[in-house]
Design a protein around this ligand. Sequence first.
Ligand code: NAD
Ligand code: WQD
Length: 345
Amino acid sequence: MSQNILVTGGAGYIGSHTVLQLLLSGYRAVVVDNLDNSSSVAISRVKELAGEHASNLDFHKIDLRDKPALEKLFASMKFYAVIHFAGLKAVGESVQKPLMYYDNNITGTIILLEVMVAHGCKNLVFSSSATVYGSPKEVPCTEELPLSALNPYGRTKLYIEEICRDVHQSDPEWKIILLRYFNPVGAHPSGHIGEDPCGIPNNLMPFVQQVAVGRLPSLKVFGNDYKTKDGTGVRDYIHVIDLADGHIAAVKKLADPSVGCEVYNLGTGKGTSVLEMVTAFEKVSGKKIPLVMAARRPGDAEIVYAANGKAERELKWMAKYGIEEMCRDQWNWASKNPYGYEKSA
Ligand code: NAD
Ligand code: WQD
């Protein structure tokens, strides 16, 4: 019989791709999302893409902080595990509204863990981030590097990781996998689901995509005086489908009796500069991205990329896609849905 997986934030960018991969791998997925930063159209599209597996997906519009609603859901069925994506993620906004971030991300997580334990579900996969390495003193970032946070958003990830370690320490029946994502980009190759940020995008590729479809005039390159190959910042971009598959590997790993509270980087292990990324996107889209050189963005690290050996050894997972495929699929999604979910054909 297929296992029920609860996916918080499953209507969002990474969540929707993961839900699809879960369904295609034979799991039943129950999504909880308040749709604050997503659209229910994403859920309908996932169902379309899932074909014969579509009936294995249920959606509930619930805010994680609504404990009675979460209690009711857990009382109605048994979950094998929870994949916990739900959270706010805009770094700049978190500096302006720290209490909103602490309340949403941390309170939401505490309530989720309380309800899980009350209903005997102690298997968790959590969306952490490479942001917990702060400005790393060395690269590649191994899971053992010292942790720090540069902003309230990053601190929510760091604190939730610590909460998970304490929860596991207090009750070793918990099995927790903390996944530190590097820079997720791209979209499902069908072009039917992808990232649809509200307002002006903060991240590089959603911004590039909006320039390509004519919604924004040019891309500001934040700093071209870094000590990198071409002076621009270097990151580890990872295709969202690879990332989604990393979650399937993590859910499978939960069955391993040796799992306690484990942490894994999900990255490709390769660093790519802003200019390399733009050039790759221009090549696959045939669109020129006008650039404006600008000052460094405060708080930005120079070079960040993952050591991916631990995930490869222990999760038997490795990224399959390269930069060209990431840009191809980002463009396919953008050209089919230039205004995202709500206004697309
Ligand atoms: P997203 O905003 O597209 O998805 C998050 C989803 O959670 C949204 O659908 C939102 O409506 C929902 N949500 C937020 N607060 C909620 C609440 N209190 N109750 C119920 N639903 C709630 O973001 P994403 O890019 O898919 O990121 C998913 C997770 O991965 C987040 O936790 C994020 O911090 C983490 N992460 C993202 C990145 C990235 O660059 N995208 C990198 C590292 C980690
Ligand atoms: C990538 C590169 C920018 C926008 C952020 C969060 C991190 C994680 C992933 C969630 C950098 C440059 C960007 C632009 C640019 N999210 N850039 N012009 O900063 O690595 O990480 O997203 O956990 O927490 O901080 O990603 O996509 O914003 O930037 O030149 O308009 O692109 O300076 O070098 P980042 P990003």
